[in-house]
Design a protein around this ligand. Structure first.
Ligand code: S3P
Length: 177
């Protein structure tokens, strides 16, 4: 495992991977603060994410993610949930890895999509066919795979995912749980 310079836990993964719900519970179990990059963007911009996409487009949103990433450098000891697309640009996973231990919550694509559709507005899902969403996921996998740790979540509830996360974080040799 590469050297980690800060002690945050950073969750990455596709929409519907459970980064928010598992991250919040993980933070509680660890007695740490929890922060989401999407919330940072909304708080700073004053608009919702669908509004930002609608008015300014995806590229503008990705720039705001870059700003949020820069602001994360001030944080330590936190659990950080990232937006599903944040790590998927040149240099971004490297920057995340400098913040602490990066964990990919890797799930089954169909389950993740179903969960993402149930829980809140997600502009990246709108107007995309199942084939296009699968292609988006496949294009993102190599970025997510740059995480320090991979936790497989398929078929697991929140409690079991968090138990796996805690075990993986405790085991310095864990590469995949
Ligand atoms: C996005 C995922 C969303 C949010 C935005 C774009 C993406 O976060 O950042 O809608 O490109 O995958 P979640 O992963 O929490 O859904």
């Amino acid at each position: 495992m590469a050297t980690v310079s800060a002690d945050n836990v950073v969750l990455v993964g596709f929409m519907g991977a459970g980064k928010s719900v598992c991250g919040r519970l993980l933070a509680r179990r660890l007695g740490r603060c929890f922060v989401e990059t999407d919330d940072m963007i909304v708080a700073r911009d004053g608009r919702s994410i669908p509004e930002i996409f609608r008015h300014d487009g995806e590229d503008a949103f990705r720039r705001l993610e870059g700003d949020a990433l820069a602001a994360l450098r001030l944080k330590s000891g936190q659990v950080i949930a990232t937006g599903g697309g944040l790590p998927c640009r040149e240099g971004r996973m490297e920057a995340l890895r400098e913040l602490g231990t990066v964990v990919w919550l890797r799930g089954d694509l169909a389950q993740q999509l179903a969960r993402a559709r149930r829980t809140g507005a997600r502009p990246m899902l709108d107007g995309r066919t199942p084939q296009e969403l699968e292609a988006l996921y496949r294009a993102r996998e190599p970025f997510y795979a740059g995480a320090h740790l991979i936790v497989d979540t398929a078929g697991l509830g929140v409690d079991r995912v968090v138990a796996r996360l805690l075990a993986a974080l405790r085991d310095p040799h864990a590469a995949r749980v």
